[in-house]
Ligand binder design. Structure first.
Ligand code: NAP
Length: 311
C-alpha cells in the first residue's frame, strides 16, 4: 500500500512539504510524490487538491481519493473517477473557527457602520449614526454542518438572534433550527444578515436565484463563504440594485479568480474577499494520515463523503 501526494496546481514543492509532514505521522508508510511515483499499481490512496484526469486509469488499485480541502464537487463530477473509489475530505477545526470569524467580522462591520466611518474620516466628517445592536439583530446561517454549526454558536455567543437552516433536522442550544427548502423564504424574510456556508450540490447550485433573493429582507446583507455557484450573480446584481439585499460579502464566486471585468468588483453593494475565509488549516494533515491507517486496517474513514448527497 502506498500513498501518493499530488496537490496538482500547487506544484512539487508543496507536494514534498506535505509528504514530509505525513511521514512524521506515518514513519513506516510508503509515501510518494509524482516525482517518486514508482510502481503505480502499489498506490491505494491519493491525497489531492484537484485529481488529474488520467490518474484513475494509471492507478489500477486506487481505493481512496483524499481531498486536501473541503469542497468535493469536482471529484464527484470527475469524468474518469469510478463510483467504487471512495472520497474523503478534510474538516479542520481551525478552518471552521476561521470562517466563523470571517462571518462575524463582516456582520460587525455592517452593525457598527465601519465602512461609513472610514469614508467619513477621509472627509474629516464627524457624523454619528445609530449602530445596530446584536440582541435586536437576526442572523440566518444556511448550512449547520462542521462550519455552519460553529458559526451559529459563535454568533449566538456574541448575542445575535440566530436562525439556522440545514437539509435534515438539527438541535443547537439557543439557535432556532429550521430545515428543508420550504422553510427558506420565510427565514430570509426575517434575517438582517444571512451567512451561507453550503456545499455545492445539485440542490444548492443557483439556489439564490431572482425569486429567492426577492424573499430577502430589505436592507439585509448576504454573506457567502461556501461555494460561488450558490448564487446567480446576474440576479444578485439586479437584487442589490433594488436593496434586497442591500449588501453582499462574497468570499467565493462562480469563477475564481473573479475575472477583472466582473461587475461584482465595482458594484457599491459588493465586498469581495479572495477565498480566504477558511485560511487556517491547523493540523489537518493528521486526519490524512489517520485515513491511510484506517484504509489499511479496513476501518471506517474520517469524513468520507456521500456521493448521492454530493457532500
Ligand atoms: N471559503 C472557504 O475557504 C471554504 C472552506 C471550507 C469549506 N468551504 C465550503 O463550505 C462547505 C460547507 O462546509 P462544512 O465543512 O460545514 O460541510 P458539512 O459539515 O458537510 O455541512 C454542510 C451543511 O450544509 C447542509 N446542506 C447541504 N445540502 C443542503 C440543502 N440542500 N439544503 C439545506 N442544507 C443543506 C447540510 O445539512 P445536514 O446537516 O442536514 O446534512 C450541513 O448542515 C463546503 O462544502 C465547502 O464547499 C469553503
Amino acid at each position: 500500500m502506498a500513498l501518493l501526494v499530488d496537490t496538482g496546481t500547487n506544484g512539487s514543492l508543496r507536494n514534498t512539504e506535505i509528504a514530509a509532514t505525513l511521514r512524521q505521522h506515518l514513519p513506516t508508510a510508503d509515501i510518494r510524490t509524482p516525482e517518486t511515483i514508482g510502481a503505480s499499481d502499489e498506490i491505494t490512496m491519493i491525497a489531492v487538491g484537484a485529481l488529474r484526469e488520467d490518474y484513475p486509469q494509471r492507478l489500477p488499485n486506487l481505493k481512496l481519493v483524499q481531498k486536501l480541502g473541503a469542497g468535493v464537487e469536482a471529484l464527484i463530477a470527475h469524468p474518469t473517477l469510478p463510483d467504487h473509489i471512495r472520497i474523503a475530505r478534510l474538516k479542520p477545526d481551525a478552518s471552521a473557527q476561521s470562517i466563523a470569524e470571517w462571518f462575524l467580522a463582516y456582520i460587525l462591520r455592517a452593525q457598527r457602520q465601519m465602512r461609513f466611518y472610514e469614508n467619513a474620516q477621509s472627509r474629516a466628517e464627524w457624523s454619528p449614526q445609530p449602530p445596530a445592536f446584536a440582541p435586536d439583530t437576526s442572523v440566518g446561517v444556511l448550512g449547520l454542518g462542521h462550519i455552519g454549526g460553529r458559526t451559529a454558536k459563535m454568533l449566538r455567543a456574541v448575542g445575535f438572534r440566530v436562525i439556522g437552516w440545514s437539509r435534515s433536522p438539527k438541535q443547537i442550544n439557543g439557535v432556532t433550527c429550521l430545515h428543508g427548502a420550504a422553510a427558506l423564504p420565510d427565514l430570509l424574510g426575517q434575517c438582517d444578515h444571512v451567512c451561507a456556508i453550503l456545499p455545492s450540490t445539485p440542490s444548492t447550485r443557483a439556489l439564490f436565484d431572482a425569486d429567492l433573493l426577492a424573499a430577502m429582507k430589505p436592507g439585509s446583507q448576504l454573506l457567502n463563504a461556501g461555494r460561488g455557484d450558490l448564487i446567480d450573480e446576474t440576479a444578485l446584481i439586479a437584487a442589490l440594485d433594488q436593496g434586497k439585499p442591500a449588501h453582499a460579502v462574497l468570499d467565493v464566486t462562480r469563477q475564481e479568480p473573479l475575472p477583472s471585468d466582473s461587475p461584482l468588483w465595482h458594484h457599491p453593494g459588493v465586498t469581495i474577499t479572495p477565498h480566504v475565509s477558511g485560511w487556517h488549516l491547523g493540523n489537518a494533515l493528521s486526519d490524512v494520515a489517520e485515513n491511510f491507517r484506517r484504509l489499511e486496517a479496513g476501518a471506517p474513514l474520517l469524513h468520507e463523503i456521500n456521493r448521492e448527497l454530493g457532500y
